[in-house]
Structures are given as C-alpha cells and as structure tokens.
Design a protein around this ligand. Structure first.
Ligand code: FES
Length: 115
C-alpha cells in the first residue's frame, strides 16, 4: 500500500491509499476513483493535459520510476522537461518529478502529487 496525497492550490489536499504495483492502476485512475479533479484528455500519454509533479512526502530519495517513451516526448513538447533535464535523469538514474498521471503506475512509496 502506498499513500498518495493529492495537492492543488484550488482544492483541499486529499490523501488516499493506493494498491502499489498493480500495473493497471495509473495515478489518473486512482485520482478519478477518489474524485480528485486532475485535468485529463486523451488518457493515452499523448496530450500532456494530465502532467503532474510528483515528490516524496518525506524528502527521502524517491524510487527509480522511469519515464515511458511517450512521457519523455510529451513532457518535452509541453516544456516541463528540457533535453538537458532528461539527460541528467538518465545519467544520474533519478526519477523525474514531472509525470503524466495517465501513464504513471504507483509504486510502494508515499508520494505527494501536485496538480
Ligand atoms: S491525459 Fe493526455 S497525456 Fe495524460
């Protein structure tokens, strides 16, 4: 189980339990299930509408989430990640703060999601 806290300047924070590593539950699916109003459109990693910022709740080193190829190109297109950012993530093997909620599968760690 992972605790996912959704936070937005426009809404009250909401913390929910997510079943980690189910391989089907995307962050967007979880948000929709709990009526968290993350914007979305295509739900297929193409449009970038669902871009969110994901952080560790306690500033621990986050687990190695790897961006999908779709996320890499869309996050670059919408200006969330530069080519240099992407190269640094790969070289340092770091998880990206920016993710597409419709593509991200929740792992077993507590996270803060800014939308
Ligand atoms: S809803 Fe289009 S990229 Fe996620």
């Amino acid at each position: 189980m992972a605790l996912v806290t959704f936070t937005s300047p426009d809404y009250k924070d909401k913390t929910v339990y997510a079943v980690a590593g189910s391989h089907t539950e995307t962050l967007l699916k979880i948000a929709k299930g709990y009526k968290v109003p993350i914007d979305f459109d295509c739900e297929d990693g193409e449009c970038g509408t669902c871009a969110v910022r994901v952080k560790s709740v306690d500033d621990k080193q986050r687990m190695g989430y790897h961006l999908t190829e779709k996320e890499k190109s869309v996050l670059r297109e919408i200006g969330k990640l530069s080519k240099a950012d992407l190269e640094k993530l790969i070289v340092d093997d770091l998880p990206s703060e920016w993710r597409l909620a419709c593509q991200m599968i929740v792992r077993d760690e507590d996270i803060l999601v800014e939308y």
